[in-house]
Design a protein around this ligand. Structure first.
Ligand SMILES: Nc1nc2c(ncn2[C@@H]2O[C@H](COP(=O)(O)OP(=O)(O)OP(=O)(O)O)[C@@H](O)[C@H]2O)c(=O)[nH]1
Ligand SMILES: [Mg+2]
Length: 194
């Protein structure tokens, strides 16, 4: 009886855990975003404890994984390498995904077509009708960042193909936009659960 009760109690009180894949071309800033999010959420949860040391950022071969705690859910963030030859591992993780973050380097207009091609392929492979899809336009702190009206022109077609999609300008360097984007994603993942 006691076990049954504690089991039920845990079921109703335990926070949900979601898995989010962080995808995007090499050099777009996925690992930097992962580290900055960890830092920002760590600061908001434990002010007194020692801060984690920022990791040395090198191109990712394979994956980096971190569990971050938000108010409503725990989120396992999986940052997968974006190099052209590593991208074929992405599909091995699609089944685990409750949400997708796709990172675009907002300063690199020459690579927008490549990013759009990867997003289109992703949308054909996984059901983005159910899975919320957050596009981070990263590196807003840089002068070379493409104006938002121009970004919209390039990526508008993608926005119209997925119902649960959000475009978010951000900077992994300053932290701008990261929590807003992640909060939206958690909200959408919680909503899809019910
Ligand atoms: N100024 C600026 N630089 C950034 C930002 N985000 C990432 N960078 C830089 O961009 C470079 C690539 O960043 P990474 O985080 O390694 O990119 P990645 O997407 O993980 O790359 P891969 O692991 O190769 O797929 C690094 O030199 C970062 O310091 C940002 O918001 N602003
Ligand atoms: Mg990386």
């Amino acid at each position: 009886m006691f076990t049954l009760f504690t089991g039920l109690w845990q079921k109703f009180t335990k926070k949900a855990e979601h898995t989010v894949l962080i995808l995007g071309l090499d050099g777009s800033g996925k690992t930097s975003i992962l580290n900055q999010l960890e830092q920002l959420l760590f600061e908001s949860h434990s002010r007194s404890a020692e801060k984690p040391k920022p990791a040395l950022i090198i191109p990712t071969i394979g994956q980096n994984s971190k569990l971050v705690k938000t108010k409503h859910a725990d989120v396992r963030l999986l940052d997968l390498g974006g190099g052209a030859t590593i991208r074929n591992i992405w599909k091995d993780y699609y089944n685990e995904a409750n949400g997708i973050i796709f990172v675009v380097d907002g300063t690199n207009v020459e690579r927008f077509p490549e990013a759009i091609a990867e997003i289109t392929m992703l949308m054909h492979t996984i059901s983005t009708n159910n899975i919320p899809f957050l596009v981070f336009f990263n590196k807003h702190d840089q002068l070379a960042f493409i104006p938002s009206s121009e970004l919209r022109n390039h990526f508008e077609e993608i926005r119209s193909t997925a119902p649960k999609i959000r475009f978010q300008i951000c900077s992994a360097k300053t932290g701008e936009g990261l929590i807003d984007g992640l909060s939206w994603l958690v909200f959408m993942m919680e909503e899809s659960k019910t």
